[in-house]
Every structure is written in C-alpha cells, then in structure tokens.
Design a protein around this ligand. Structure first.
Ligand code: FMN
Length: 360
C-alpha cells in the first residue's frame, strides 16, 4: 500500500501524571495532573488546531524527590472525560497488555469510541516496568514473547470490533475467546486507530504487521528518519501503511536566549534519583551514563528536544516531517500557557511552511 502524506499532526503528551514530563524539580506551571486541568489544556489544544491528546499510563511512581509520575489518572477513564468536553480532537488511551483481558479492553474501547463519536484511539504497550507488574502479581514475559502477546491482543481487538457480535473465536497460548461478543461495535471504521509505542526490532515488526501508527522517541533527526523509513518499509512489505509519530520536548520562547534559559532551569533541577530509577526500569544502564546523557533523558523523559524561538521550533518540526514523521507528540514545560503560545506562534508558521495537516 503506498503512503499518502497529508501533513504533520500535532498532539500533546498530556499531564495526566504528576511531575510529567521533565524528570526535574523545576516546574514553571503548577504540577496539576487533575482532570480539571487536563480538560482546560484539551480545550486549548482544540482551539489551537491540534490533532490528538495522548496520556501516560502509570500504576506507580519512580521515587526520588518528585516521586516522578507517582499520582495519575488512569487513561481509559481519563479519555472518557476528555471525549465529553471536546468536540473534534482525537483522544487516545494507553493500555498495558499484561494488565487487561482483551475482551474487556475491546468493550471499554468501543464504549469510549461511542462517547467520543468515533474520536478514540488505543495505544497498546507491552509493559516493561517490573515494579508495576510485581505489584499486580503479573509476570513480565521475555521481550519477544511480550510483543507476540501484544500482536495476539490486537488480533482479538480487531476481531471483536469488526466481526458480527458473538461470532469471533480465538485460541492461542495466551488467549482463548469463544463466541466473542462486543456490542455496540466502535463507530470508527474499520476500527479505532491502533498504536504501538516501542522502538525495538520486535516493536517495529509488530507495528508493521498490526498497527496503524508507530509512536516512538528516537533522540535525533537522523534517527527519526531511519526508524520511520524502516517501519514504513516493513509495513509496505506486508501490504500495509503505517504512520509514524515522534515524541518531542518543545521549549519555545519568544527569543532563543529565553528558551535556552528555560532549558537550563530544567536541567539544573534534575531529580537524579527518579531519573536513575526510570532508566533502570527501562533496562538502560544509567550508571554508565555521563551527566550530559542523563540530562538529555531527564529533560523530556527521552523525547527529542526542540528548543528555540518560534521560527526555530517550526523549522525543527518541518524537518521532522520531511524526515518521514507524520505526527509530533509534544510535551513542554508550561502545559496550558505553552499550548496557547504554540497555537499562536507555531501553528501559523507550520501552515506557512506547507507541512501542517488541516485541523480536525
Ligand atoms: C511515545 C511513547 C509513549 C509510551 N507510553 C508508555 C506508557 O504510557 N506506559 C508504559 O508503560 N510505557 C510506555 N512507553 C514505553 C513503550 O511501551 C516501550 O516499552 C518502550 O518504548 C521500549 O520499547 P522496546 O522494548 O520495543 O524498545 C511509551 C513509549 C513511547 C515511545
């Protein structure tokens, strides 16, 4: 299937968790994960012409001074709320495959899609945080098996969402569905968009075979180009088209100096213990990092930084689009103020550059 590119989509990695996104004690806006704040930011995103809202799914925090991401709103319930207070923007939930039965997730997802009139999407993550799953008494599989189970989960979702209710059967080493029944089925056709957020070879292959979107966080423009080309090539080999979204940490201020000073304040305030716990859970050998690498990870929790005045930020995002990226999953220091600022300063510049997907 050949790829049709209709412009860069803009989304927000939303603050449904405490102390997102930088792993830093410096926070220019109130650390407010509550639903009221998320609704305000969602409304501002819709006004700004953004395309999607994306949560973080966490079940416990990462310790340190901030207990990074330690308080959070679960993302199915979070989406239900935002879908009722917005009109046009797409809202995703993030589902940990090991924590859900696929029939339950399919039922909840179809319900959310009805609540939002066809605007809901699902991000399926395979699960990596041992602390969270030990707490649940759920075993974490080896890496390749984790993704094989995720692929099966997706096949079940698709079956339940598209085949006549009561007719879907599925049997595998992890799942058994008999007469699978979900009614109502989703409004979105053929089904709500399915995203996987991973970057390994296993993740790329799962996305290429089963998903509509690949969400990822390569650290440089060159790495983004490489991963996007690889994912799209693999999808084409299966007769499919996949869009790629990259996580970016945007610091956009009226001048370059002001943006750099903001970066400096965030990195000076790094919550080192939380950042090291985060890296350790991800399986990264944080002990071998130099300070610069830890700073890069703490700044945007691994997202590629784009720092500067509105012209520089627009150039950075346009470059990502030209590198094959179809969406920017943005986080930034001051959620509400930055959403409004980017709506005024970034959106028109991306339009001028001819790279922005029309507003939903
Ligand atoms: C944009 C993005 C969002 C993610 N969101 C979550 C999340 O909410 N919860 C979670 O446990 N993992 C999340 N992950 C982690 C991935 O599911 C995955 O475990 C990680 O990227 C490592 O992937 P790999 O094992 O395929 O290399 C996210 C990753 C990316 C790139």
């Amino acid at each position: 299937m050949s790829e049709q590119r209709d412009g860069l989509r803009l989304g927000i990695f939303m603050p449904n968790c405490s102390f997102g996104t930088s792993i830093s004690t410096y926070k220019p806006d109130p650390d407010d994960w509550r639903i009221e704040r998320n609704r305000e930011i969602a409304a501002a995103a819709e006004t700004a012409g953004f395309h999607f809202l994306f949560p973080v799914s966490r079940w416990k925090g990462f310790g340190g001074e901030t207990n990074y991401l330690g308080t959070s709103i679960e993302t199915m319930t979070w989406a239900a709320s935002l879908l009722t207070t917005t009109q046009r923007i797409q809202v995703f939930s993030t589902v940990h495959v090991p924590a859900f039965n696929p029939v339950v997730a399919a039922k909840m997802g179809a319900s959310l899609d009805h609540i939002g009139g066809g605007r809901w999407g699902i991000n399926l993550v395979s699960g990596w945080n041992k602390g969270e799953f030990q707490m649940m008494g759920v075993e974490i599989l080896g890496h390749a098996d984790r993704y094989r189970r995720t692929a099966q989960f997706i096949e079940i979702l698709k079956g339940l969402w598209t085949q006549p209710p009561g007719s879907f059967d599925y049997e595998s080493e992890w799942y058994r569905v008999r007469g699978g029944y979900v009614s109502p089925q989703p409004i979105a056709t053929p089904h709500p968009p399915i995203v996987n957020a991973g970057s390994s070879d296993d993740a790329r292959e799962t996305v290429a075979r089963h998903c509509d979107w690949a969400f990822m966080s390569p650290p440089t423009l060159e790495a983004n180009a490489e991963v996007a080309a690889d994912v799209k090539r693999r999808a084409a080999a299966h007769g499919r088209a996949v869009r790629c979204v990259s996580a970016v940490y945007v610091i956009c201020r009226d001048t370059r100096d002001a943006a750099e000073r903001e970066r400096e304040r965030i990195t000076t305030g790094i919550d080192r213990a939380a950042a090291e716990n985060w890296c350790a859970e991800l399986g990264l050998e944080s002990g071998s990092f130099d300070d610069h690498t830890l700073e890069m990870i703490a700044l945007g929790a691994g997202a590629m930084p784009i720092v500067g005045d509105p012209e520089q930020v627009a150039d950075g995002l346009a470059a990502l689009f030209h590198a094959g990226i179809d969406g920017a999953l943005m986080s930034y220091p001051d959620y509400l103020a930055d959403t409004e600022h980017l709506g005024r300063e970034l959106v028109p510049r991306l339009r001028e550059r001819g790279v922005l997907c029309p507003a939903p």
